[in-house]
Design a protein. Structure first.
Length: 346
């Protein structure tokens, strides 16, 4: 009897702050800070050695920006439960607070080095705070536009997933039910296992979360393979090459299973002799690689139909959206085999 897939815990909602911990965002923050320091150092009202001034301003700006990022990272758990508007306001307050702390600390250091006088301290603080607030507001506005665009893209991918879920091939359901009906009297245990696997597969497809662990997606793929194995029998030979345990990684729901379905539908079903399917998961350099290989039908074999590429396109689009373009799905034909490779960053 096939074991039912346990219900998945709800995944924390993605917040706008989650993108700040990515390396590109940190690099752009540092570069923007250096640009601001250059602009302030070249201001005409400043006198004296501009290189020394640039070094001091650069140090202040980087301390403000990086300390603000660090503070937001420490506050990420309580902030994740707030709406985006509150997150934006608190982010600006944290930025201003870090600016005040760094400016006060810098005043003590620069005063001892005779780089700033007590008379110029308050105007400099107010000017610097105004600049930080201005840049913070501009940054929040730009980030808000970026976040809205990203959310629209995610909604579009989710709508495509829902279309894919609604498009689960009717012939697969009919064939499965016919196979189950044929097994009821002769092999009742296999019929029961088939129906349980079918229930688990449809439960995940119709009511599952947007993202699930890789292990759960592989389990869904196994359910599908077990169902089709009862229909194709010895015509379908499946080899699994999986590490134990599987890597702890989130993937879009129904991302691997449609690729396995394509391998069976286009590689096994048209061929009277059947063929072999190989599914493997490997740990690469800072990435997980999932490979689905299937034998191609012999030359001259008439395909059942051209087939839809919705599954492949949807999987590629949703993986790219979830990983900010770092993940991908590529296909190739090599030595008489069709190979689909899914790359997921760790």
């Amino acid at each position: 009897m096939a074991a039912s897939i346990p219900p998945m815990p709800e995944k924390p909602t993605l917040t706008p702050l989650d993108t700040l911990w990515k390396a590109p965002a940190i690099i752009w923050t540092i570069l923007a800070g250096e640009g601001l320091a250059i602009i302030l150092a070249l201001a005409p009202e400043h006198i004296g050695n501009r290189w020394v001034l640039f070094g001091a301003l650069s140090l202040m700006v980087q301390w403000i920006s990086l300390s603000a990022l660090g503070a937001l990272y420490l506050l990420r758990n309580p902030l994740s439960r707030l709406p985006p508007t509150w997150i934006a306001n608190i982010t600006l307050l944290v930025l201003v607070a870090c600016n005040l702390l760094v400016c006060i600390a810098s005043w003590w250091v620069l005063r001892s080095l005779l780089l700033i006088s007590s008379e110029n301290w308050l105007p400099t603080l107010l000017r610097f705070t105004g600049i930080v607030i201005t840049f913070g507001l501009l940054g929040l506005a730009a980030f808000q536009n970026h976040w809205r665009a990203r959310q629209l893209a995610v909604r579009a991918k989710q709508a495509e997933l829902e279309a894919l879920q609604a498009r689960i091939r009717p012939h697969f359901l009919f064939n499965t039910l016919n196979t189950g009906a044929a097994l009821v009297h002769q092999r009742p245990e296999d019929a029961e296992r088939l129906l349980l696997d079918l229930a688990d597969l449809f439960r995940a497809a119709l009511a599952g979360p947007q993202e699930i662990p890789l292990a759960e997606e592989i389990a869904l793929s196994r359910r599908y393979v077990e169902i089709e194995a009862l229909r194709f029998g010895e015509r379908m030979r499946v080899h699994w090459e999986l590490p134990s345990p599987l890597p702890q990684l989130q993937v879009p729901t129904l991302s691997i299973q449609p690729l396995v379905e394509n391998a069976i539908h286009h590689g096994i079903e048209p061929s009277p002799e059947g063929g072999e399917i190989r599914i493997s998961v490997a740990q690469g350099k800072q990435q997980i690689i999932v490979t689905i290989e299937n034998d191609l039908p012999a030359a001259g074999t008439r395909p059942l139909r051209n087939g839809h590429k919705v599954g492949l396109k949807s999987t590629r689009a949703r993986i790219q959206a979830m990983t900010n373009g770092e993940g991908d799905v590529v296909t190739r034909i090599e030595n008489g085999r069709h190979i689909t490779t899914v790359t997921l960053p760790t």
